[in-house]
Ligand binder design. Sequence first.
Ligand SMILES: [Zn+2]
Length: 383
Amino acid sequence: MKSEPSNPSVCHLFASCGCDLSCSGKQPAWIKERPSLTVEVHPPVGLSGQSRSFRRAHLSPVTLLCFLPLNCLGREAEEAVGAPPCCTSKGLLDIVVDQLTPLQTGSFCSRTSSPHECLRMPSIFSYQSAEVDWCEGNFERSAVIAEYYNTISNVSFFVLSPALLYLNRQYCQKKAVPLYFVSGLLLLVGVFSMYFHMTLSYMGQLLDELSILWTLAVAYSFWYPQAYFPKCIKTRRHFFWLTGITTVISTLMSFIKPTLNAYALNCIAFHLLYLTWRELKKCNDKRVHRMAAVMVMWWALAITSWISDRWLCWLWQAINFPYFHSFWHVLIAMSLLYCCPLVIYFDVSYEMPSFKPKLEYWPSDSWPVVVPYVTLEEPHKQC
Ligand SMILES: [Zn+2]
């Protein structure tokens, strides 16, 4: 019988011993009812790293939809079953049935579900349906969190958002909407990134990437200096429309090849750096220059971590330290902590002529490590 085409929501079955499923054995009753069944077996996690290739055993055509982190069972599983778990189809499939939980398989799939019921699970939400898998091993520290450190490191965004709002509260009182919007969206970036790294689902990947795109779009439309508007754009209102339309088109395009989205988003950082450089040329304030340098340093460290996790994973796995993507989360949040006050500083100097922006340091000037924030001075009071 012809086998079913590969389905992203196909049972991602982790068999730590990489056995051959074609072996015969006594099968559970529900498999007998469906005489043919497709099971896809991942190579052992840890050994395979980011490999998405499957070893497939065709017991087709019912595609068993389940998600089973058998990789974390290993020896315990052997002890629990009393035999090497995946060296007979019976052993393996018994574990499949035993291990199905609603959490791992989606709301339609439970340990009593038949594979057909599981098939109703929306595939874009299923664990590991994303195109990318970062260097950190999956399900090593938790049976429900795929990439543990990549997930929890997003806490940095939960600190970043309120910190920006609190420190720049004076600006916020005068011009509340942009900063509320941007810090709200940064919080959303943290939430979606957590969801993505926890599940490695296709939906998680898109939400993570799109929330970054939307945050950038909102930041650009509120804060992009009028002096740099394209010639055909006369007012900020027009610029809103331009960024709005660009964002809608980019959002639709992001579905075409989600793997490229992250690269595209990182390219926007170069445009931001270019803008900062142009603004700095016009600015004499030493504090602004210093904070821009610190921002670039954090960003350089962040992007280095991101790229090395993506491209040098084999090396980090060889030395047992595949955690650079979680560093990226923390470092990029640090970079944004410096970037936002700079942007606000330039916004006040351009768009709020009745005020003079001043970069202050938190907790105080005398500390070796400081976080910048913007206060507003009324120029005539100074003289
Ligand atoms: Zn991430």
